[in-house]
Structures are given as C-alpha cells and as structure tokens.
Design a protein around this ligand. Structure first.
Ligand SMILES: [Zn+2]
Length: 61
C-alpha cells in the first residue's frame, strides 16, 4: 500500500498538490509548492537530472 500523501523533500510538509516533482540522481523528489522546488533546484542543481518540461527541455542531437 502506498501512503496517501508524500512529504515535501525540502520542508517536510505534506504534498497536497502533485506536479512539483524533480528527477534527481538520488531519485524522484516531490515538493509541496513551486517555491520549495525552486529552492531545491538552486541548492542541488548538480543532482537534478531533468527539470520539468516547461522550464528546460532536454536537447536531442
Ligand atoms: Zn515544501
């Protein structure tokens, strides 16, 4: 069984809204809001594998 709510990987609050997630070298991270996601991005930019679609798209060459 899965837990109904996940904790924000930055502040630890319950994640009420889905969509603020990031793929990192340490696995999938979920955040409660855009702000937490943004802060995590700034702090752990090197760990983030994929920033959500609307911000950065992977370049295919
Ligand atoms: Zn948060």
């Amino acid at each position: 069984m899965k837990e109904a709510k996940k904790a924000c990987d930055l502040c630890g609050l319950a994640v009420e809204t889905e969509g603020f997630d990031l793929r990192t070298q340490e696995g999938e991270k979920e955040f409660c809001c855009e702000g937490c996601k943004g802060i995590y991005l700034m702090l752990h930019e090197d760990l983030v594998l994929e920033i959500s679609d609307e911000i950065v798209r992977p370049i295919n060459d």
